[in-house]
Design a protein around this ligand. Structure first.
Ligand SMILES: [Mn+2]
Length: 307
């Protein structure tokens, strides 16, 4: 891990999908105690709060305006994160929709040069404006990071792309649009679906993904979309799925990444408290984040200790 000094950066961004509830995702993670949990585990934590969204009033379907707003917002957050890096601190981004990764990848590559990226997600987010069935930016973010997509977004980072094709791996994909499949196949991006996980086993899959993202890079950015989880354990996301990772698998995945990657920064995205039940998803997201940081925390065990 890059540093045990953590900067929590709330990004209540919902312009990439316009889904009611995403805006309060970062606060839901704070609500279950994230900053103090990390402090009690020995981390030096600064909570930079929620970075305010640009005030806009744009109809949901006018995606051009969303592109400009998302680009401006991500540029602003990337600057804040660059300051964190300059102070030797590791940014942890709390979303918000997956568009926040445009900011985090821009900041990581500005700091470390060539970075790898583990895209842990039920969706490869590899659409372009031409292929996207919904037109939602959150489904185009990985393509944008690879330099393909609306120019305003691909130019948020230090160059026209923040990732090289050979430095990316998608893990946990299950809902893949035809255009996305063509995108990842044509560019030979390893995409490990849940079927691959079933057939090859999770340890083999994650190790191959880690090998790929560490081979030519200085650091790894981990972008965790909570919709990679099964809906019964993580109902609080926009697009829940029945076939995602269970708790045991997700925890193994995070532990393995922590043990084998030199992590630059982490996104936790798609937490939607409006759809959550009894803060289940918020709690699990905190437990997974702690594992990615190389420690362990269990809400159940803590409750037992507290009597
Ligand atoms: Mn995603």
């Amino acid at each position: 891990m890059f540093s045990d000094k953590i900067d929590l950066i709330g990004m209540p961004l919902d312009l990439g999908v316009r889904e009611l509830g995403l805006k309060i995702g970062p606060d839901a993670m704070r609500e279950v105690g994230l900053p103090d949990i990390l402090r009690n585990l020995g981390f030096d934590v600064r909570d930079l709060g929620n970075i305010p969204l640009p005030s806009i009033d744009v109809p949901a379907k006018e995606s051009n305006h969303q592109v400009a707003s998302i680009a401006a917002y991500c540029r602003k957050v990337a600057k804040i994160a660059s300051d964190s890096f300059a102070r030797g601190r590791m940014p942890v981004y709390l979303g918000g929709d997956h568009s926040i990764a445009i900011a985090s990848l821009a900041a990581a590559s500005a700091k470390f040069g060539r970075v790898g990226c583990l895209w842990l997600d039920a969706h490869p987010d590899a659409n372009t404006p031409e292929t996207s069935p919904s037109g939602n930016i959150h489904g185009m973010v990985l393509a944008v990071a690879l330099g393909i997509g609306p120019e305003e977004l691909t130019r948020v980072g230090p160059s026209h792309r923040t990732l090289e094709f050979e430095d990316v791996a998608v893990v946990g994909a299950q809902d893949i649009d035809p255009g996305e499949l063509e995108f990842v196949e044509r560019r030979r991006i390893p995409m490990f679906t849940m079927d691959d996980v079933l057939e090859q086993g999770l340890p083999a899959v994650i190790d191959r993904a880690i090998e790929r993202v560490t081979a030519h890079t200085n650091r790894v950015h981990v972008s965790l979309d909570l919709d990679m989880l099964r809906q019964d354990i993580a109902p609080g996301v926009g697009l829940p799925s029945q076939c995602g990772f269970n708790v045991r698998e997700a925890m193994y995945l995070c532990r393995r990444i922590a043990a084998r990657c030199d992590i630059a920064s982490i996104d936790i995205v798609s937490l939607n408290p409006v759809r959550d039940r009894l803060q289940k998803t918020a709690r699990l997201s905190v437990e997974l984040l702690v594992l990615l940081l190389g420690k362990k925390y269990s809400f159940d065990y803590q409750r037992y200790l507290d009597g």
